[in-house]
Design a protein around this ligand. Structure first.
Ligand code: ATP
Ligand code: MG
Length: 425
């Protein structure tokens, strides 16, 4: 019997995980500058946390949920996205209280689960890095969140990007627009895909997000939500645009963009890439927006919110096509070569002492001949080799070689064990 990983999952092996760490470290550095702190919520939540928030007609709820009943018959879901769990935690821990600074800013990174048809850039277990900021309705924060997402992609040197924005307005906006959209779609009802037929009356905005090509043609000429904005919504969107202009951030407006989740309002955005990794086809790497009703929906007091989620696998697909750029830190400072069986304990003492002093160190464990050990040292590109034999141990000495210059010296073993920094000076 052969064991294989489940469909749509991936093993991230050593070479690849170095890149993941690089991205994660860059993200943490950036979030520190913007003063976002990490929040770690459970990988699974009660089913309702997602079913109540993502929208009953969304793909996530209708098709993609990894849900099951546990041994206590609780309905559980592996999280398909990060925001709902963070909001659940925000409410449960009363992070809206007066003792907390507004906006309350958090980030997360970790696995998400969606039952999708696996393909390049689409997995069943994938990873997101995301942020949420609560308690401020000011459009300046929308712009800062967008700027931060762009900053994040730039910090890992991804450039083939475009920013697409839209607004979904407030509730009144969407009520007015909803009817206009139904009126427009009704004559096409027979031609729409099954999904869209179903969604047309329940949630017509969802039809705009259809992946069906024929649906997409039909909605091309649909009325624009931008013509239905209330004064307030219009003002919010105008401010977002003018602040983006002020920061010199370029954007396109796509009035048909709605996002896959139901909880958004006002500003929504996607950052897309036409990298070779996607065959030059514009693909969304990062997406987000404002979700002012969500905290209330999960039982908290009315609290505005805004955030984004970035797909790590998609980001790495782009990075991998520009691989030579990645500054991967896998240096070996010292390789210890032991000659003869009697050197085993001392070799161990040396590598341990070096590691304690902050150096990376490696050695042989297979009693190989010196020649084989030296070969390994150069294959690992060790900066130094330290060689000991029985005689060296008896004299409390070791031979040290600087691999770059080829220079060799005999040094006191105690100096290596206590102050290697000084030895290599
Ligand atoms: P799509 O339209 O591609 O299905 P979505 O609207 O479902 O995207 P979001 O829920 O906004 O996507 O997720 C944000 C980001 O997370 C996406 O832009 C993408 O980078 C990533 N993502 C979403 N689903 C997957 C998946 N199944 N596999 C890998 N990455 C994903
Ligand atoms: Mg999706």
């Amino acid at each position: 019997m052969k064991y294989q990983k489940p469909k749509g999952t991936a093993d991230i092996l050593a070479d690849e995980s170095t890149k993941w760490q690089y991205v994660e470290e860059k993200a943490r550095e950036l979030f520190k500058k913007y003063r976002y702190h990490e929040m770690r919520t459970p990988i699974f939540e009660n089913f309702e946390v997602f079913s109540r928030t993502s929208g009953e007609t969304s793909d996530i709820v209708t098709k993609e949920m990894y849900d099951f009943h546990d041994k206590g018959d609780r309905h559980i879901t592996l999280r398909p996205e990060g925001t709902a769990g963070v909001v659940r935690s925000f409410v449960e821990n009363k992070l809206y209280g007066p003792e907390y600074q507004k906006p309350y800013k958090v980030y997360y990174m970790g696995p998400m689960f969606r039952y999708e048809r696996p393909q390049s850039g689409r997995l069943r277990e994938f990873h997101q890095i995301g942020v949420e900021a609560f308690g401020v309705d000011n459009p300046t924060l929308d712009v800062e969140v967008i700027a931060m997402a762009i900053d994040l992609l730039k910090s890992v040197e991804i450039n083939s990007l475009k920013l697409v924005i839209n607004t979904l307005g407030d509730i009144e906006t969407r009520q007015n627009y909803r009817q206009a959209l139904i009126d427009y779609l009704e004559p096409f009802e027979d031609q729409l895909s099954e999904d869209s037929k179903e969604r047309m009356h329940k949630n017509p905005l969802r039809v705009l997000d259809s992946k069906d090509e024929n649906d997409q043609k039909i909605v091309e000429n649909a009325p624009s939500i931008l013509d239905f904005l209330t004064d307030n919504s219009k003002k919010h969107f105008e401010t977002v645009k003018s602040l983006l202009d002020d920061l010199g951030i370029k954007y396109e407006i796509d009035a048909n963009m709605v996002r896959g989740l139901d909880y958004y309002n006002h500003t929504i955005f996607e950052i897309m890439s036409d990298s070779k990794a996607f065959g030059g086809k514009w693909t969304t790497v990062c997406a987000g927006g404002r979700y002012n009703g969500l905290v209330e929906q999960l039982g908290g007091p009315a609290t505005p919110g805004v955030g984004f989620g970035l797909g790590v696998e998609r980001l790495l697909l782009i990075l991998n096509t520009e691989k030579d750029k990645l500054p991967l830190d896998d240096d070996l400072d010292v390789y210890v070569v032991g000659i003869g069986n009697e050197t085993n304990a001392k070799s161990l003492e040396i590598v341990q002492a070096l590691r304690q002093q902050g150096f990376s160190a490696d050695r042989d464990y297979l009693n190989r001949k010196p020649k084989g050990q030296f070969k390994t040292a150069s294959r690992l590109a060790a900066k130094y080799t330290i060689t000991i034999g029985e005689r060296e141990i008896a004299e409390n000495k070791a031979n040290i070689k600087d691999m770059a210059s080829g220079q060799e010296n005999s040094v006191n073993l105690d100096d290596i064990l206590n102050n290697f920094e000084n030895v290599i000076k």
